[in-house]
Write a protein that binds this ligand. Structure first.
Ligand code: PMP
Length: 427
């Protein structure tokens, strides 16, 4: 039997306190394959949470690509190598004009850090706008944007937060075009405030799917007015695709394509190499050159041949296994089933998402939409007890976060849904 008490004590002694850990009864996971995880006692879990193993845990083609390249060569980008060129060519081929060049990093945080500096290099200004329920990473610069872990010493004067869009409780109380205008008005206010400060306005950074904000269901063209306001003020739009990228939303390869906008800078991470640490920044070559002129940038590990081989294998598999279409099909099927469950369980106030990124928002009362974060925690833990791993998210921390590896099937969804039904019935 796994001795969890001993592992927890060892963790605290060796890694320090406050390391985040999922579930009241933490899972001791030792093996993964496809959409499945196994714990140290041999128990199998359906993984409905992990987006990093995008094409499935330990996908043999990724493992093989890593092993083959690791046994041939691994160095840095100060030597010539085709690996990074072949990958960036293939990657940028999935973007719209004029996004045609990239810098490779090891994390999403680094990518966002670079994106902020690119915007500074282009505009000569430093002011940034983000939403008030976001997370863009853990460097000193990007943690200035993240409201879930406020920086020690408070936010710098160069940051403005706008209300995170919440489709279940839209800003101004009205959905549709009025909601989009209300959001744009907040962005305009923040731009004016920054332009009035010594920092000026350089960029709006958003996840176009607003994943960390609880993936609101936004009307078509929701971001258009806000993006127009940014452009009018001479600022740049940075799209953080760390979560919605690589086809997860089932309709497009990139979240910004789904949202109908073309940002100046796009940042990538998590699923990019199926768990091998790879991130990136995609921009027009002129933007990239403007950055490199001001900030001479080198990343020891970013773009190494092994990372590029792993990342290339991910693109091959997404295409070869038709995973975007799978995300669309299975995602739609699952949301329809969740909506049917909502007729039975009044605690489900809202069902939303796109592709294989979705969730249900729990409320104590559908009329008042009073959030039920404690119940959400109980539900997530009960699901884990019954062998299904999912997470919790949202402005009110009362929505499930379901974001499984992309080969997730209808049969996998049926299993999750039947256990979910049981758990809600037992509350
Ligand atoms: N951006 C978003 C939207 C994220 O969700 C995260 C991580 N949760 C990051 C950036 C940071 O990525 P990393 O942990 O690879 O630095």
């Amino acid at each position: 039997m796994s001795d969890k008490a001993a592992l927890l004590a060892r963790r605290e002694r060796l890694l320090g306190r406050n390391m985040s850990l999922f579930y009241q009864d933490p899972a001791h996971i030792v093996r993964g394959e496809g959409v499945w995880l196994w714990d140290a006692d041999g128990r199998r879990y359906l993984d409905c949470y992990n987006n990093v193993p995008h094409v499935g845990h330990c996908h043999p083609r990724v493992v093989e690509a890593i092993a083959r390249q690791a046994s041939t060569l691994n160095t840095h980008t100060r030597y010539l190598h085709e690996g990074i060129l072949d990958y960036v060519e293939r990657l940028t081929g999935t973007f719209d004009h004029p996004l045609n060049a990239a810098i490779l990093t090891c994390t999403g945080s680094e990518a966002n850090d670079i994106a902020l500096r690119m915007a500074q290099a282009v505009t000569g200004k430093t002011g940034v706008i983000a939403t008030n329920h976001t997370y863009h990473g853990n460097t000193a610069a990007v943690s200035q944007l993240s409201t879930r872990m406020p920086p020690v010493g408070g936010y710098g004067g160069h940051v403005r937060h706008v209300p995170a869009p919440d489709s279940y409780r839209p800003l101004g109380g009205e959905p549709g075009a009025a909601f989009a205008s209300a959001f744009a008005a907040e962005v305009e206010k923040a731009i004016a405030s920054l332009e009035d400060s010594p920092h000026g306005f350089s960029a709006l950074i958003i996840d176009p799917f607003f994943a960390n904000e609880g993936f609101p269901e936004l009307p078509a063209g929701f971001l258009d007015q806000a993006v127009d306001a940014v452009r009018k003020a001479g600022g740049l739009v940075i799209a953080d695709e760390v979560q919605p990228g690589f086809g997860r939303t089932g309709t497009h390869m990139w979240g910004h394509q789904r949202a109908g906008i073309i940002p100046e800078i796009v940042t990538l991470g998590k699923p990019m190499a199926n768990g091998h640490p790879v991130g990136g920044v995609v921009a027009n070559i002129d933007t990239l050159n403007a950055f490199r002129k001001v900030f001479r940038y080198f990343n020891t590990f970013g773009g190494n041949p092994v990372s590029c081989a792993a990342a290339m294998a991910v693109l091959d598999i997404i295409e070869g296994e038709n995973l975007i279409e799978n995300a669309r099909r299975v995602g739609e099927y699952t949301r329809t089933a969740f909506k049917a469950l909502a007729e039975k369980h009044s605690i489900i106030g809202d069902v939303r998402g796109s592709g294989l990124f979705m969730g249900t928002e729990f409320v104590l009362d559908r009329a008042t939409k009073k959030p039920a974060p404690e119940l959400a925690t109980r539900i997530i833990n009960a699901m884990r007890e019954r062998g299904v791993l999912m997470g919790k998210i949202g402005v009110h921390e009362c929505s499930t976060k379901i974001r499984p590896p992309m080969p997730f099937s209808k049969e996998n969804a049926d299993l999750m849904l039947s256990i979910f039904d049981d758990v809600l019935s037992s509350l």
